[in-house]
Design a protein around this ligand. Structure first.
Ligand SMILES: [Cu+2]
Length: 351
């Protein structure tokens, strides 16, 4: 590697390294200029961004240097037409081998320790944490505030208060991610993963599933609203009121809330609820379709069966195994009644 053929060239290695170093400096400067992430909105964001910059500074120069030397060598020392000779026999170089094993080992170990220290710091338990249980399922997120006794498909967080997320999954692996908060953790069936952070910007951000989890993966997006503490308290109070009422109700208004809260709109289109999912059948046509779908059953029974036992009948053109089968136990009897009534009424088949 060290010395090229004797073709009059002076110091090919020195020239390669010089070109490589210049390219590495330019490459690093460019990558540090790029805004890789959206505006930060959590207390630990700066530390995460610094880790990312350190990783760029540690990896980009090596990548650019190696690629420059490799490309330079391929061009410079390629076999000319008609040259059938073999290269000089090379037997190993102990010093070089020790060097290229030791340096990456130290570099990677150093970065791992640094990353571990930062993560440990970010994940430290804080006083007065807000507990939030996050449940992923195909294709929606549900958020539960056990101490506040609130369950919602919307994530609302008070600004500047530490949050402790416990993340679980009902079916396959999902990944809970708010890009502005930087941190992300997988939701794994049978496991509870944890995440700690303190939102420090009021605003509305996306909750994104970052693990390919099936047909509706790309629609598995919800919102997180970070609000002043007073607004959070009134939101909690507002959430409790209808839930505490128990039974009674029904009616199209509640059905719409169930539709939204259960995340039906991730997969289904329904104009009345501003939903535009296209993983499952378009529910704007539900009433019309339900009337002739199963002779001998009422439209209500058909819709109810589709919710509690979605495998029983599959609309042609749609996959049969995507709709969660968990609604039978997740929704109360009243909620299912309200949902059925609502769906039939807004899709034009109410009685
Ligand atoms: Cu997912």
């Amino acid at each position: 590697v060290a010395n090229g053929p004797e073709n009059g060239e002076k110091h090919p290695l020195a020239r390669m390294i010089l070109v490589g170093v210049v390219a590495a400096v330019i490459g690093t400067a460019i990558t540090l200029q790029i805004d890789w992430f959206p505006e930060p909105a959590a207390g630990s964001s700066d530390q995460v961004d610094t880790v990312y910059d350190v990783l760029l500074i540690a990896s980009v120069p090596i990548f650019v240097l190696v690629m420059t030397v490799a490309i330079y060598s391929v061009v410079k020392f390629r076999a000319r037409p008609g040259d059938m000779s073999d290269g000089a026999p090379i037997h190993g170089n102990t010093r070089l081998e020790i060097f290229w094993v030791t340096v990456p080992f130290l570099l990677v170990s150093g970065l791992a320790i640094y990353g571990w220290i930062v993560l440990n710091d970010i994940e430290a338990k804080e006083p007065n944490e807000l507990e939030v249980k996050v449940t992923g399922q195909q294709f929606t997120w549900t958020f539960e505030y056990p101490r506040e006794r609130v369950k919602s498909s919307r994530l609302v967080l008070p600004v500047d208060r530490p949050v402790h997320f416990r993340v679980v999954s009902k079916d396959v692996i999902h990944s809970f991610w708010v890009p502005q908060f930087r941190l992300k953790t997988d939701a794994v069936p049978g496991l509870t993963t944890r995440l700690r952070l303190t939102p420090d910007e009021v605003g509305r951000f996306d909750v994104v599933c970052a693990e390919l989890c099936g047909l509706g993966h790309s629609t598995m997006r919800q919102a997180v609203r970070v609000v002043p503490p007073g607004e959070f308290r009134s939101w909690v109070a507002e959430q409790r009121r209808p839930a505490g009422g128990g039974g009674g109700g029904g009616g199209a208004a509640d059905g719409k809330a169930v539709f939204t809260e259960a995340g039906c709109g991730s997969c289904h289109t329904l104009g009345d609820a501003n939903a535009s999912g296209n993983v499952g059948p378009n529910l704007d046509e539900l009433a019309r379709v339900a009337r002739r779908r199963k002779p001998g059953t009422s439209a209500e029974d058909y819709v109810r069966e589709s919710i509690v036992d979605p495998r029983a009948f599959t609309v042609r053109g749609f996959p049969g195994n995507v709709m969660p089968t968990t609604y039978r136990s997740d929704l109360s009897r009243q909620e299912i009644d309200a949902l059925v009534e609502y769906l039939l009424s807004v899709s034009g088949g109410g009685r």
